[in-house]
Design a protein around this ligand. Sequence first.
Ligand SMILES: Nc1ncnc2c1ncn2[C@@H]1O[C@H](COP(=O)(O)OP(=O)(O)OP(=O)(O)O)[C@@H](O)[C@H]1O
Ligand SMILES: [Mg+2]
Length: 399
Amino acid sequence: MDPVRNPYAPGAGTPPPELAGRADIIVSGKTALQRTAAGKPTQSQILVGLRGVGKTVLLNKLNDDAETLNYKTAFIEAREGASLPELLAPSLRSILYTLSMVENAREKARRGLMGLKGFLNGLRVTISEVEFGISIDSEAGLADSGNIEADLPVLIATIGEAAKAAGRPVALFVDEMQYLASSEFSALIMSIHRINQKQLPFMLIGAGLPQIRALAGNSKSYSERLFRFPEIGALGTEEAIQAIEKPAIAEGVTFDRRAIEKILHITERYPYFLQQWAYESWNVADGNAISLADVEKASGPAIDELDQSFFKVRFDRCTPAERKYMRALAELGRGKHRSGDIAEKLGVKVTSVAPTRNSLIRKGMIYSPSHGDTAFTVPLFDEYMKRALPDFPIAADDE
Ligand SMILES: Nc1ncnc2c1ncn2[C@@H]1O[C@H](COP(=O)(O)OP(=O)(O)OP(=O)(O)O)[C@@H](O)[C@H]1O
Ligand SMILES: [Mg+2]
């Protein structure tokens, strides 16, 4: 069928034509935004889920909703090798400049900018004056101790004060939170603690892989009280059907029941895969109906496309030793497996592969669903590993 009219949208963070099955998250996110704006105590939210389930799409949706509610928003994406202060600096600066335009908030926003300057100096973050554009001095003792867990809460509180004075709530969206250092994560939690105590209109909405649960560390008891961690997963059957069917119907196209059932079965109702299969099925089909045979024909191109993009970008970031570890995990089949069993597959002691396992957790490839267990963070990655490295044990020249 005409690929130009193809409504499906496989891709990282690409808004789906039908955002199926997430109404409860959106409604509770919006309620939380409205409560925060009204200065009422509210739990911040951190969306937790595997790769490709739609976390970024939801953050973007809540960002749009926040803007509609007159929020000033900032969206940052954590990544390996970038510190939180570096990531935050441009967004916080822009928030403070916006707030400083409001007459009533000018002084407080200026103080926020001083706090930001001290915060960056204290942590020795070098951002050039030109890039940063703050021709303002820091205030001695304001957020400049060099300890992020002490300074960030002070800085965020000054921003919250400015937001309150301006009558303009602030929402900070943080994607890929699993890449934050434990002290950075903890600093964010403590900031929210401070904000809640002072009832300031500032809200944090985050997202990340399941390993973020372990990151809370020292601030665990706070985090359980201050945050909700809604789980984002595969869609339910009816929701997955809607995700496929609705966009087609809007284009005057129908999916045969068996075609849909086939897609649900292959994709296990994971959003990214649903988009990919529906997209390829549309492209191979003739006429205005998509049949089971079309879906079967589309599977080859769908798998090729995923292998070349969704799976491969992740595989490419891993060392040969890490790939070997993941291949052994794949060999054990679906789901979670005991770390001891993985080591046994590799013919080594658990302790000798512990560093490899840890670095894979840091890279966001695997996580520990429960103590001593290991599972992939990417759905269907076990099958991909077997396609990428068909032989196990891995032949020496493949390593
Ligand atoms: N509720 C939904 N219904 C249908 N499709 C969806 C839904 N949510 C997301 N998708 C689709 O799934 C794909 C992945 O979405 P997104 O990038 O937001 O996932 P993610 O959880 O952020 O993944 P990652 O962990 O890799 O960043 C996109 O193609 C998007 O259009
Ligand atoms: Mg994402």
